[in-house]
Design a protein around this ligand. Sequence first.
Ligand code: BDR
Ligand code: CA
Length: 333
Amino acid sequence: MAGRADGARLPGPLQIEETMTGTAAAPVPLLIDTDPGVDDALALLMAFNDPAHRVVGLSIAAGNVGLAHTVRNALKLCEVAGRDDIPVFPGCAGPLVHPCEDAAEVHGADGFGDIGYAPAEREASSEHAALAILRLSHEHAGRLLLVALGPLTNLALALRLDPTLPARVARLVVMGGAVTGHGNLSAAAEFNVGFDPEAAKVVFEAFERIELADWEATLAHGLHHDRVLEWLDADSPRARFYREISERTREWSVDRRGDHWHSADALAMALALQPDGVLESVRRPLRVETEGRHARGATVVDWRGPEGEGVDIMLGYDQDRFESLVRAALAAG
Ligand code: BDR
Ligand code: CA
C-alpha cells in the first residue's frame, strides 16, 4: 500500500470504503478527463446516471479527434443528458512532444459519428483543463475520484505544474495500455498511451496507485451487438442520441470484430463507479515505452513481479454488472 505526502495511507483500489463508493450521504466527487469519442460518451452517461457519484467537471483532451471537436462533443452530450451544470474545461490540443494521428476513422471526423448535430448552446469554461484538475483536487482533497479516458496529456501537464497532485487524489482510474502487448493503435500500443507516450510515462511514474482498465480487458468484455441495439431502443433522449452517434462506429466494429462491440471507456467507468464488480486483478510493475521503433507507446508489464508493486491491472469484471450499468445509463431520463 502506498504512502502519501501527508503521511496517510492510500486505500487499496479494490477495497470498498465510504469515500470510494459514495455509500455515505455525500456522493463521491468525480472528475473525468476525456476525449469524446463514442465510447467516452457512453462512459460519461454512466457517470451522469450514478447517484453515488457527483461529476464535478470534464477536462477535455485531444485524442480521438481534435480538441475543438472533443470540447464541442462534451458540451453537446451534457446538453442531451440535461447536465449543463457540469463544467467543461478545454485542455491540451495535442500530445506533449510528438504529434500523432487521431482516431477519426473509428469515431467519425467529428468524433461523434458525423451526424451533424446542432452545437450545444452553452460554451466551455475559460479555465484550462490542467488548472481545473489542480483546483478541483484541492477542493475535493482526499475524496476525488479521477478517471482518465483519453490520452494523458492534461494530467501530465497538471503533474508538471504541481507534483503534489497524487497526494490529493483518492483514486485514479485509467483506460489505457495493452498489458500483454496486444495493441490497437499499433501492434504493441493502445491508443490512449500510444497517442501521447511521454504524458503516459509522466502519469504512470507519478501515481503510486493506478487502477487500469486496458485494451485487452476491453476485448474480454464485449457487448453483443443485438443486446446493444435493444438497449438503444430505450425511449430516452440519451438512448436516441447515443444510437445516432454510435451507428458508424458500431458498423465499423461489426466488419472487423464480429458479434461483439467493445467500449473501452465504458468498462473503465464501470471499474471506477463500482470497483466491487472486479472479479480479478493483479498488481505489477508497468513501464511506458517512449523510444521503441516498433513498440513506442507500449505498456511493458513485468509479469515476473514483484507482485504487489506497480499498477493494479483489472483482469476480469462482472459482465452482468457491466451490462446493467450500460443499459441503465442509456435508458435514463
Ligand atoms: C481508447 O482509445 C480511444 O479511441 C477510445 O476512446 C478509448 O479511450 C481505446 O484504446
Ligand atoms: Ca477515450
